[in-house]
Design a protein around this ligand. Structure first.
Ligand code: F6P
Length: 327
């Protein structure tokens, strides 16, 4: 018999992502609808270790669905990695009578939750919140759509000035281990080249193609590079290109953390609301220690200990599209 959950602790962990607030709102209001008590835990697992926990009401989540960041704040907590830190966290949950957890974060946060649940028998539900979209088991993560649209808007602006000056721009987007933001934003902005961690970068091919373009007077070029590309980021690439092609006017633009902020898109608000609602349903139905994803527009549940970073296999067709459309 699975234990009935009555008091739910809710936290956001790891890098924030737009839509986390919409998910918080959905968890709180669905929980209250089902007569559960919901407790906010501040700054991820740190709040559990430090007993920074407070009771949430329906009004606690008023007017947040449209806000970026996370009202619960977030952190990467080292103490929780150690058994002593987790024991402290458990003792603090006990003080509030919390008997279930919802964790909004990435794969690392999910694995921490699974370890905690194994040690203390507290059911945990994960919601995938990361702009990188790098978790296997879901077609969407909360925040990706907003982040990629922020990148597209910024890259469009860079293109205006690149065009005015006939320049090559190398634009770095986020993605330490995953190239989804680079791939999607690059295709959407008509980039000539996209460099991602999942694919070997051949810089000499890029030089050759730039030389060929320069001969036919195509001087406006955008290259999108994910920060985690094995060749390096935009600065490394720019140094290399400037050495080989000194006549090209080359500039670098690093988009950085603007991609993590801002009001969530409609898409992120909707998936966050659906996932938050289902997190509570899972706790009630005894579907424990899973993270809630969406596949083919249906809810999909993956065991927390199977949450892994999704290494995408880049379909050659996508790269071919980039090449043909950017001539
Ligand atoms: O949340 C994912 C991410 O934005 C990565 O794309 C990036 O490499 C990392 O977080 C940056 O983390 P921090 O803000 O801790 O430097």
């Amino acid at each position: 018999m699975t234990k009935k959950v009555t008091k739910v602790g809710l936290l956001t962990s790891g890098g924030d992502s737009p839509g986390m607030n919409a998910a918080i709102r959905a968890v709180v209001r669905t929980g209250i609808y089902h007569n559960l008590e919901v407790f906010g835990i501040m700054r991820g697992y740190s709040g559990m270790v430090e007993n920074d926990i407070f009771k949430m009401e329906s009004r606690s989540v008023a007017n947040i669905i449209q806000r970026g960041g996370t009202i619960l704040k977030t952190a990467r907590c080292m103490e929780f990695m150690e058994p002593a830190g987790r024991k402290k966290a458990y003792d603090n949950l006990q003080k509030h009578g919390i008997d279930g957890l919802v964790i909004i974060g990435g794969d690392g946060s999910f694995r921490g939750a699974q370890t905690f649940s194994n040690e203390f028998d507290i059911p945990c539900i994960g919601l995938p919140g990361t702009i990188d979209k790098d978790i296997a088991g879901t077609d969407f993560t909360i925040g990706f759509d907003t982040a990629v649209n922020t990148a597209v808007e910024a890259i469009d602006k860079v293109r205006d000035t690149a065009d005015a000056h006939d320049r090559l721009f190398i634009i770095e987007v986020m993605g330490r281990d995953a190239g989804y933001i680079a791939l999607h934003s690059g295709i959407a902005t008509g980039a000539e080249n996209i460099l991602i961690p999942e694919r070997k970068t051949n810089v000499d091919d890029i030089i050759q193609s730039l030389e060929e373009k320069s001969k036919r007077k195509k001087l406006v070029n955008l290259i999108i590079v994910a920060e985690g590309d094995e060749f390096g980021g935009a600065n490394e690439l720019s140094t290399y290109i400037k050495e080989k092609l000194p006549a090209l006017e080359t500039r670098v633009c690093i988009l950085g953390h603007i991609q993590r902020g801002g009001s969530p898109s409609c898409m992120d608000r909707v998936i966050a609301s659906r996932m938050g609602y289902h997190a509570i349903e899972c706790l009630i139905e005894g579907k424990h220690n899973v993270f809630v994803g969406i596949q083919n527009n249906k809810m999909h549940y993956t065991p927390l200990n199977e949450a892994v970073k999704k290494k995408q296999r880049i379909n050659e067709e996508w790269m071919n599209i980039v090449k043909i459309l950017a001539t």
